[in-house]
Design a protein around this ligand. Structure first.
Ligand code: BES
Ligand code: ZN
Length: 455
């Protein structure tokens, strides 16, 4: 192990420079105009997998964005770990709020600043470099490694869903290792065992067949924006509960042990509020903040479109208004069942004077991974060794919908070894990743490979 660690220390500078090159590629999966960049990015990471010692590397074309696969299977009778990551990133708007351009990475204040630095290029690159360091020092690995790095995570992973179903043998493994979540706090080694699911919808309210003069017609016909706002306002009650019928019906209750574990984490509402620049936190009554973030379902409006939104004023009674509404789901809620309830409920709230359409854009199931697997044990030891502290176990508010698919089709436990911080501004301007977490992440990965090879 010592030789690997020495190798990492003397090559860290190069590894950071390679990550910088990776981050320069604007692989925004949701924007058609970036299609070429997405392809370029797939090729970039495929080449890095080759450099890292993978003997078979393939780029699988899909209906949307390529899936990159790499393997080294030279460790006979040893376990196989499948390492997952995503090379696609979120859009960068609002661009004017970035302190440096999102695709011109800079290192400042011990952090690397760029879109994708944390989510997810920086986090999965850690594993590519750990494997490479092993190879360069030993010429082999103590276990078998497979990589699967997709380009559609931020838009719902459609292609990977069918890829997993059709390639169970190719992806067969004893554990799936994923670094795409957060540490509980800086320098607190963390393994997560739960993710919320997601149901993403759009409500479209249509009134008159065309935009109207709000003086000539205002007062006589329904205004879709007004009606949409009324609907949205009825989706929560005064205690912060979501009012959709049966919304909480299948929600798994928190066990006493889990609740105690949450309490031991000593979460500070005050510190959290301060970090976010709000005077006070808010949410469902009767639950602690960690419960509201990790084990309670929520509903949020993500955007509203309609009417006149340019600078200045225009008197108009719009024909249409649209709201993007997403729900974070928890075990054992079913996104399809919830969508039905939601759609019926929203329609029941609207007056006859408008037409309401409710559409599902995408969804993902919530997940809990059992804590008693050998893989979790190895991961817990590994991060503890790398960060020099006791590992804590958390759940997450965010979603990685593909995790359930891995567990279902490959029958392997998922290990969520988060290396980011909640303060890293993912999906937001000025995303960054701590260099220290990059470095200790590579160590964590090396220790994991060592530990898991022994089981
Ligand atoms: N890395 C995040 C998921 C995440 C964020 C987990 C923070 C834990 C803490 C991932 O890239 C992501 O953003 N997922 C989307 C899911 C989706 C279907 C677009 C999400 O959670 O919104
Ligand atoms: Zn993301």
């Amino acid at each position: 192990m010592e030789s690997v660690i020495n190798y990492i220390n003397s090559n860290l500078h190069n590894y950071i420079n390679e990550l910088i090159e990776y981050l320069k590629i604007p692989s925004i999966s949701t924007l058609e105009s970036h299609k070429e960049d997405v392809n370029k990015c797939a090729e970039f990471i495929a080449n890095k997998l080759k450099d890292a010692g993978m003997t078979r590397v393939e780029i699988f074309q899909t209906e949307k964005h390529p899936i990159v696969y790499g393997e080294w299977l030279g460790a006979q009778n040893k376990p196989t770990v499948l390492i997952y990551g995503h090379y696609d990133v979120q859009p960068v708007d609002p661009l004017e709020l970035w302190k440096s351009p999102p695709f011109e990475p800079v290192i400042e204040d011990g952090k690397i600043w760029a879109r994708g630095a944390n989510d997810n290029k920086g986090q999965h690159f850690v594993h590519v470099k750990s494997v490479e360091s092993f190879f360069k020092t030993h010429g082999s690995l103590p276990l078998n490694v497979k990589f699967i790095i997709e380009g559609e995570e931020e838009i719902g992973s459609d292609s990977l869903y069918s890829f997993i179903k059709n390639n169970k043998e190719l992806l067969k493994c004893d554990a799936v290792l994923i670094s795409d979540t957060s540490m509980y706090d800086k320098n607190v080694p963390t393994i997560s065992y739960g993710l919320r699911g997601l149901l993403y919808t759009e409500i479209e309210v249509t009134g008159p067949k065309a935009d109207l003069h709000s003086g000539t017609f205002g007062g006589a016909v329904a205004n879709p924006i007004n009606e949409l706002a009324k609907i949205i306002s009825k989706l929560h009650d005064k205690n912060g509960k979501v009012t959709i019928p049966n919304f909480y019906k299948d929600v798994l209750k928190l066990s006493k042990e889990e609740k105690e574990n949450f309490n031991r984490l000593k979460f500070s509402d005050k510190k959290f509020a301060k970090e976010l620049g709000v005077k006070e936190l808010q949410g469902e009554k009767g639950f602690s903040t960690l419960e509201r973030l990790w084990v309670r379902p929520t509903l949020d409006c993500n955007g509203i479109v309609g009417g006149f939104t340019e600078k200045g004023a225009k008197t108009v009674l719009p024909s249409k208004a649209i709201a993007k509404v997403s729900m974070r789901l928890v075990p054992n809620q079913n996104p399809h069942k919830i969508f039905k309830e939601f759609s019926n409920y929203v329609k029941s709230l609207a007056p006859k004077s408008v037409k309401v359409d409710v559409r599902m854009l995408h969804y993902g199931y919530p997940v809990i991974t059992p804590l008693n697997s050998k893989a979790i044990e190895a991961a817990s030891k590994a991060v503890s060794k790398a960060f020099g502290k006791k590992t804590v176990f958390t759940r997450e508010g965010g979603s990685i919908p593909i995790v359930v698919e891995f567990m279902k089709h490959l029958k392997a436990p998922a290990v969520l070894m988060g290396l980011g911080l909640d303060t890293d501004n993912i999906h937001s301007p000025n995303e960054h990743f701590h260099i220290e977490n990059f470095e200790k992440g590579i160590l964590s990965s090396v220790y994991f490979i060592d530990e898991f090879s022994k089981v």
